[in-house]
Design a protein around this ligand. Structure first.
Ligand code: PBG
Length: 335
């Protein structure tokens, strides 16, 4: 019955012919922009900054091309740039002048992080400042808590020191404290101590689902925090586990976390999704040092790769992305 029709009409009437043509909306850049589902916006990005009080200016980090350790002054300048670019904030990591077995510079009110928070808040009061709360940069053994005699990390005695550290960051003016140690019960311990010390408004961004990952190696170079012996598998999560990541996140919600973090990002996109679905909390994902270094040193176009991966991390459900590309991404997105 279609014998007298032109060939094109015949196909249009048959099931095989593509009536639905998804390419229609891919035809031009403006059409693609119109229907794009996921945006990477500067306000969703947080810039990590390494601060070392003794420096007199930025000092490049070998394992992370384009990233430096900062003095207090250059950290303030970075925070100012972050604000000018419309970024969501900065997260600070401290490099102490001296380490000891307890990591006592972590809660020193004149430590690098505390001084940097004070200086950044004085110069740029509107910049959101997050502080990493952990002991590994500060302990001589490089583990994230206090050691028992057998070399394992003692959970409960470490909680007090982490809470003390969080309070000293809050006292300096941190908007959010971000415990990255993976001790059980740290969110509750920190929340109780913050509330007791008059910092009920300081929020907690919990590194909830944090894998024991090789992707952190450039960071450990940057912060000089490689464990002197052993590894972190006794407290960080097995990268093979997904249900456990959800349980970690739910526990942290119950203990009072305000933002839940998944880390690393690209190797845990499924967990970003699951944690978002299960908690309905603001979810942050950390595109860590190794993800950055891998992109930065690859033979591919680093700008395109950075934006593609950041988009994928957002599409997986992250509301916030912590990334060493934050400043670059904000500039790329503006052009
Ligand atoms: C501190 C901490 C680490 C990172 C964030 N906080 C290192 C680690 O756990 O070994 C890694 C961040 C990165 O790789 O960019 N515990």
């Amino acid at each position: 019955m279609f014998a007298d029709r032109p060939r094109g009409r015949y196909y249009a009437a048959s099931m095989a012919f593509p009536q639905t043509r998804l390419r229609r909306l891919r035809r031009t850049p403006v059409l693609r922009d119109l229907v794009r589902e996921t945006d990477v916006l500067p306000r969703r990005l947080i810039l990590p900054l390494f601060v070392e009080a003794g420096l007199d200016g930025p000092r490049p980090i070998g394992a992370m091309p384009g990233v430096s350790r900062h003095s207090i002054d250059s950290a303030v300048a970075e925070a100012g740039e972050a604000a000018a670019l419309g970024l969501g904030g900065v997260i600070l990591f401290g490099i102490p002048a001296a380490k000891d077995d307890q990591g006592s510079e972590a809660w020193d009110d004149e430590g690098a992080v505390q001084l940097a928070v004070l200086a950044i808040k004085a110069a740029h009061p509107d910049v959101i400042v997050v502080t990493d709360v952990c002991l590994c940069e500060y302990t001589s053994h490089g583990h994230c808590g206090l050691l028992r005699e057998d070399g394992s990390v003692d959970n409960d005695s470490s909680l007090e020191l982490l809470a003390r550290t969080a309070v000293s960051h809050a006292r300096a003016g941190a908007d959010l404290v971000a415990p990255s140690d993976m001790m059980d019960g740290r969110v509750a311990a920190i929340r109780a101590e913050l509330d007791g010390e008059g910092f009920a408004d300081t929020a907690i961004m919990a590194y909830s689902a944090k894998h024991a990952s090789t992707f952190y190696s450039p960071f450990r170079d940057a912060a000089d925090s490689t464990p002197a012996f052993g590894d972190r598998r006794g407290y960080q999560m097995d990268p093979a586990n997904g249900d456990e990541a959800v349980r970690e996140a739910l526990l942290d919600v119950g203990e009072g976390a305000d933002v839940i973090m998944v880390k690393p990002a690209l190797s845990a996109l499924d967990l970003i999704w699951r944690v978002k679905q299960e908690t309905r909390m603001p979810v942050a994902a950390y595109q860590v040092s190794g993800e950055y270094a891998m992109i930065k040193t690859s033979t591919m176009d680093d700008r395109a790769l950075a934006l593609e991966t950041l988009t994928a991390i957002r599409r997986a459900g992250a509301d916030i992305v912590i990334t060493y590309f934050a400043k670059d991404a904000a500039r790329w997105l503006a052009t």
